[in-house]
Ligand binder design. Sequence first.
Ligand SMILES: NC(=O)c1ccc[n+]([C@@H]2O[C@H](COP(=O)([O-])OP(=O)(O)OC[C@H]3O[C@@H](n4cnc5c(N)ncnc54)[C@H](OP(=O)(O)O)[C@@H]3O)[C@@H](O)[C@H]2O)c1
Length: 292
Amino acid sequence: MKVLITGANGQVGKSLQLAGNNTDHQIFAFTRNKFDLLNLKQMQTVLHNVSPKIVINTAAWTNVDGAETNIEEAFAVNEKGTGDLAKLCAQKNIILIHISTDYVYDGTSKSQWNETEKAKPQTVYGRSKLAGEQAIKNSSASHLILRTAWVYSAFGTNFLKTMLRLAKERDEISVVCDQIGCPTYAPHLATGIMQIVQAIDKKPQQQYRETFCLAGTGQVSWAGFAKEIFQQSSKCKQPSAKVLSIASSDYPTTAKRPQNSVLDCNLIYKKFGVTLPHYNQGIAECLQGIYS
Ligand SMILES: NC(=O)c1ccc[n+]([C@@H]2O[C@H](COP(=O)([O-])OP(=O)(O)OC[C@H]3O[C@@H](n4cnc5c(N)ncnc54)[C@H](OP(=O)(O)O)[C@@H]3O)[C@@H](O)[C@H]2O)c1
């Protein structure tokens, strides 16, 4: 089956290419310059030429703080561009797998977030991603929306890599301890998505119109995550630092972060048998990828 991946330079995009290349599917991965969500004509031409059965859309405006002051730009990509892609998929009978975010929730719940919970984003990024979900739902495209969270990998910029960089410069690092979530190793997410692709391949005519949560197993605060990163990093004689737990109020950010981002991923397990490994395993694999 032909699978087209957007956002091929991103953490999830790169991981999907690697995971996809281990399957029998034909993978076509496009970076922003070859498949720009803001360029309808270009998307049309590529989809016509490649004629994929599935498009996996990882492309997005992902600068959470930057979105607060670049509202139009964030919505242009995350809402309009996503909606245009969905309409093209509908026209060409392509199934769209779209990556969304925990930021669609307001983070105030004491329990895990599931798909039935009301989305109430607190940031421009979260609102633009929710608007993108809605644009897909408003199209007639067969689609699966996957809400993930706290993505890290050996690629690009992410929390794990920031911690390792800071540990080379400092002995102690202050990290917030009152925001919790499910760290998700991008290659684990990619493998999970490829399992879904396999399932679709078995029923290619089925119509999909569903939203799922899909994140790494285990929940932890940013401080707890940092401690685990350094515990594992020091074992392989790589940078490590003492983590000082601080409150969010002591680390103000332009965009407010959700206090509780923990996602309940039971539905996707029931529907597709997909469950992602624990974040500790992701840290181990990620450190191995970076340092070997
Ligand atoms: N990172 C997280 O913690 C996290 C958490 C929850 C959900 N998500 C979602 O997961 C998906 C993948 O995230 P990621 O971490 O892989 O992000 P990423 O590393 O920032 O990659 C996003 C990619 O999108 C591309 N892009 C931006 N604007 C585009 C446009 N107009 N047309 C085509 N491509 C465009 C970027 O291209 P350039 O390389 O040229 O800039 C980049 O390669 C996104 O939908 C994001 O919202 C991420």
